[in-house]
Design a protein around this ligand. Sequence first.
Ligand code: AMP
Length: 396
Amino acid sequence: MKILVLNAGSSSIKFQLFEMNENRSLATGIIEQIGEHDSSGKIEYDGNIIEKKEQIKNHNSGLMLMNMLLIESFTIKSLDELGAIGHRVVHGGEKFTKPAKIDEEVIKEIEQLIPLAPLHNPAHLDGIKVTMEQSPQVPQVAVFDTAFHATIPSYAYMYALPYEAYEKDRVRKYGFHGTSHFYVKKEAEKYLKVENINAITLHLGNGASMAAIKNGKCVDTTMGLTPLEGLIMGTRSGDIDPAILFYLARKNGLDIDNLDNMLNKQSGLKGICGSNDMREIEKMAKKGDKKAQLSLEMFAYRIKKYIGSYSAIVGKLDCIIFTGGIGENSIDTRVRCCADLENLGIELDLVKNNQKIKEILDISLKESKIKVLVIPTNEELEIAIQTNLLLETKIA
Ligand code: AMP
């Protein structure tokens, strides 16, 4: 059976087609700059690329172009061939703790969550509504970034604000990157042959988050009501003293939008050293750029603080897992994050850590009590797997 996975953003649609008998990717593609003048679509399959530059006014024409690219690449003959379409949906609120087969009711529920994810959920809904119109015969499933975090206990997800902020406005920790944290923990369970693992997962990319996993279930995560909380990221500050906002607003006359933009887009690694690209920052730091060096130290220091606190929460750990663009590729970041953690039982093998990583790799010393694993993430495959599982159980 073939499953198409869609990640519809406000100006782009990423897609990937899988053959589920072998969990194999047949094609990946992207429709970009929707609504702009220089919009385009691209599909990569079997080492080939087809690219089209044309005016794409909206999601409807974007998805029509995607369908054309899929058919032109011969990866499918017609849309009827699809067994299902799996949609990435960022925010499932408290309602969606599992994937959901999409119907009018589910669409309404995702709409109600728009205030919690005002940039993401409307774009996902555009993608969902258009594909349902274009392919009404194909079952569609929503897989939520927040779902894996649904097992976090209330004492960990509540903020110590007036209780009505939770009751009335649903202010609580939700967490994100859940599909990635779940995928790598599942891969670690297979690799270590341990069921219901105790682990700390580190998804380090342009967005970055960690999860504490006890007996296979998520018990805490660094992102919060929004993806802004927690680790230092490419352009996001992560944890700060909230009073900084009042101070800067009063002192410099900043309004809510200025502060939102500052914390989400102008902070993090970029805010400190001017770049949010880890490869570039590492080059700058090697050349002696002091701000680049500082930003790398800050990035790893925040991660180490969370490794310490999550070790206390989880108890005896089986492993810590690095994933995401930085986690999978930055040898030096892994060294900085694991330095001086012998007391916690984490000991890195510097030779193994230097290898280029294509699949799961154990980079810990033999005597390390806690394994250090690098596991390439694959959120799209996980969405396809969960879509498939949901439809199979419904049919059974
Ligand atoms: P992601 O958001 O998961 O795609 O990750 C993007 C981040 O990964 C960027 O900061 C990249 O600079 C970083 N990255 C990708 N490849 C490497 C590499 N070989 N070394 C260091 N950082 C890398």
